[in-house]
Design a protein around this ligand. Structure first.
Ligand SMILES: C[S@@+](CC[C@H](N)C(=O)[O-])C[C@H]1O[C@@H](n2cnc3c(N)ncnc32)[C@H](O)[C@@H]1O
Length: 201
């Protein structure tokens, strides 16, 4: 847990930057710079002891969470074997629990609560994963969902057939997080970022 991060360079050090460069080299999509800037600002005001990330990639965003929340328990889940193996190597020594699994299977078996959930895996599954994780949320838990626009598919009027599932599922996810149960904001940065907070009960 941290109280404040005031300097971008504290978080993006050589170690984190190396993971970023290797991700770019291998065409692993990573959080965009404006999303990262926003998260550095927003998360610096938060406490989170238990963090779950869906979609490790090579571990760039997980390494940022580690820098921002030095004493939090961080778990990141990746279903693609090559990405998992590379992340495991790149995150060595960072005290991040790197799990090789499909996210749905992992969440079903998880018992620990979640203070912060970062959704950055397959766009069609956000709602399913969010609902599966719901039993692990606490009052005040935060869910950050990246790529809400799905590169124009979510709110696009003309969408090719193969993208209809993404469009339907992402809109259904948006309906869920904007229901009375939660406070949600859709922030027009990167590919669309949603921030959801579980209402205090
Ligand atoms: C955008 S990349 C993650 C980037 C990473 N969060 C970062 O910013 O450095 C998405 C990753 O999610 C993984 N993924 C997609 N669906 C998944 C699922 N259902 N379970 C676990 N991993 C998944 C993909 O294999 C891919 O590596």
């Amino acid at each position: 847990m941290i109280s404040r991060v005031s300097n971008y360079n504290i978080v993006i050090d050589d170690y984190v930057n190396n993971i970023k460069q290797v991700s770019i080299r291998d065409n692993i999509p990573i959080i965009e710079d404006d999303v990262l800037d926003f998260l550095l600002f927003y998360l610096s005001h938060l406490k989170a002891d238990n963090i779950l990330e869906i979609g490790t990639g090579y571990g760039f965003s997980a390494s940022i969470f580690r820098k921002m929340f030095p004493s939090a328990k961080i778990t990141t889940v990746e279903r693609k074997e090559e990405n998992y193996k590379m992340a495991k190597e790149l995150l060595d020594g960072m005290d991040i629990n790197t799990v090789y699994s499909d996210a749905a299977e992992y969440i079903k078996s998880r018992k620990e609560g979640i203070d912060l959930l970062f959704l950055d895996g397959a766009k069609s599954h956000y709602k399913e994963l969010f609902l599966l994780a719901k039993r692990l949320f606490k009052s005040g838990s935060i869910i950050i969902s990246d790529n809400i626009y799905a590169r124009g598919i979510t709110f696009g009027e003309i969408v090719v057939k193969r993208n209809m599932t993404i469009k339907r599922n992402m809109n259904s996810f948006i309906d869920e997080i904007f229901s009375d149960e939660y406070y949600s904001y859709l922030i027009p940065i990167g590919d669309g970022l949603a921030i959801t907070r579980i209402k205090w009960r």
